[in-house]
Design a protein around this ligand. Sequence first.
Ligand SMILES: [Zn+2]
Length: 416
Amino acid sequence: MLRDEVGLRSETVRRTNLSVILRELHARGALSRSELVVRSRLTRTAIRGLVGELVASGLATETRPALDGTPGRPSPIVRPDPLGATVLALDIEVDSIAAAIVGLGGQIIDQVRVNRPRRESSVRRIVADLARLADTIGADGPSPRTHVGIGVAVVGVVRRSDGVVSMAPNLGWVDVGLREALVEVFGDDVPIHVANEADLAALAESRRGVAVGVRDVLFLSGEVGVGGGIIVDGEPFTGAAGYSGEVGHMPINPAGLQCRCGAVGCWETEAGSESLLRRAGRSPVGGRAAVDALVAEAEGGSADALRALEETGRWIGIGVAGLVNLLDPTLVVFGGLFQRIHPFVAPTVEAELDRRALAAPRRLVRVVPSGLGVEASLLGAAELAMEPLLADPAMWMRSREGSARYSEPGFRRVVA
Ligand SMILES: [Zn+2]
């Protein structure tokens, strides 16, 4: 082998190993060097070198642990530095929008969520509102120089390759260039990634929520619409273009109501918040506040509210049974409205699963409420934006050195 080839190969190995170590730190937080050796199966010497690089570039910190009385030298503790690399995460829901700055390791540094009037749904208006919201956070946080990307969760069907929202019935969008509109306002200094909110919530639950370590997961986000995110064998299942998981538009009641997508009797017309409110005799367009009021009444024992929840639970269970037969997940995670009403609908959902799902996958599956709650998709958007850094930290470290060349007068002397 030529010397150049050997050099190239060792450089590839170094980049891969940096990625392995940074992913471990991002996923698990503080780890001792010894734990990193065990998890990565790299040598002590290699770990010392790689951690040294991450510390030098500001992505990690290292501290000596206090002596604990056991024999031998204690192993230094390595932590991801949340301010070393940050992302801007944005979330567009039907009734609210949110922005957050999230640091390496998944720590939310600052965040804000505001209710959104449903009648103002143009993409320009929403993007302008997001920009104003983003301006209100992180005033005394990290410098923008640490932003490595922008991740956006949206309640719609998204083509991942160009961030076009092909369809968002509950926003009234068809073929809307969301990423293009975001670039106009936020610029293109860092990459902007757009994906469906339920897909991103599933990603966040599998990395930081109730589904950590579970390989086959179905996340269901019920609000006005019902979205689905699927994790298969530990990896997000996106479909050919990113359109998978549109469980809300599964046909479920041929004699049912008109759906915003144009079809009749989709699952979300029976399992979404509007049908819940309608069953309780309320205005179906009351939004989150009306649902909160209904849940509070159910907690107080209101028969009307409890009956509406039970009937909605039945329709949720019918849909979940079909999805369990299709996907064979070991965990179904309820997010959004489904999470809030889980205590009321769980018995009915379980009964429908017993009645309708095949016995074998039924025995394997558990249905649980989300561990991350309303911010699951926001955290998933952060994971999406952090991904290029995690995949190749070396490239980012080099580009940061490049920018340091201009801003730090002492830099030239150091590298000379
Ligand atoms: Zn539909």
